[in-house]
Write a protein that binds this ligand. Structure first.
Ligand code: ZN
Length: 164
């Protein structure tokens, strides 16, 4: 499931079985802003937040580092930049996953996307989220936000359902 943007200011809740993900107000708006800056090239960044009572709260997102690679199809994060950033915000904010865009592309993860999401899984980080924004090549008009969860040991990456 996915929801069209722009969204109301209320947080959005996404669920899949026992997993719940809440996007704080402004998260999607910021992602959309960053998406439009780079469109029609892909862009992305980190999902940062907290886990409260088993529910992941995405409190903010970050934009791409200077050395990130933006393609028409494909985005390679600047992991050195991202790791420096994480070190600065941790432990106030935790790394929950990543986000990226598909300007003019589908609302689903490619094989390459799935592989890179899985690369973020660790024994001490058995769940990783991913936010995908897809829409027209300018990322104006009908843009869709999809949330995915990769869980260590599960064969398929979950597409989470929109609750609110
Ligand atoms: Zn992709």
């Amino acid at each position: 499931m996915a929801c069209p943007l722009p969204t109301a200011s209320a947080p959005d809740l996404y669920v899949s079985d026992g997993y719940r993900v809440r996007l704080a107000p402004g998260v999607l708006a910021k992602a959309l802003r960053l998406a439009r800056v780079r469109a029609p090239l892909e862009t992305g960044g980190l999902l940062l937040g907290d886990v409260v009572d088993g529910e992941a709260h995405v409190l903010t997102i970050t934009g791409p580092g200077r050395r990130a690679v933006h393609g028409r199809v494909g985005y390679d994060a600047d992991r050195a930049h991202d790791n420096r950033l994480l070190a600065r915000v941790y432990p106030r904010l935790r790394y929950l996953g990543d986000w990226h865009t598909h300007p003019g592309g589908p609302a689903r993860l490619s094989r390459t996307d799935e592989a890179s999401v899985r690369e973020s899984l660790r024994a001490n980080r058995p769940e990783v989220l991913h936010l995908l924004l897809s829409g027209p090549s300018a990322m104006q008009g009908h843009v869709v936000a999809s949330v995915f969860a990769a869980v260590l040991g599960e064969p398929a990456i979950r597409r989470m359902e929109v609750v609110s």
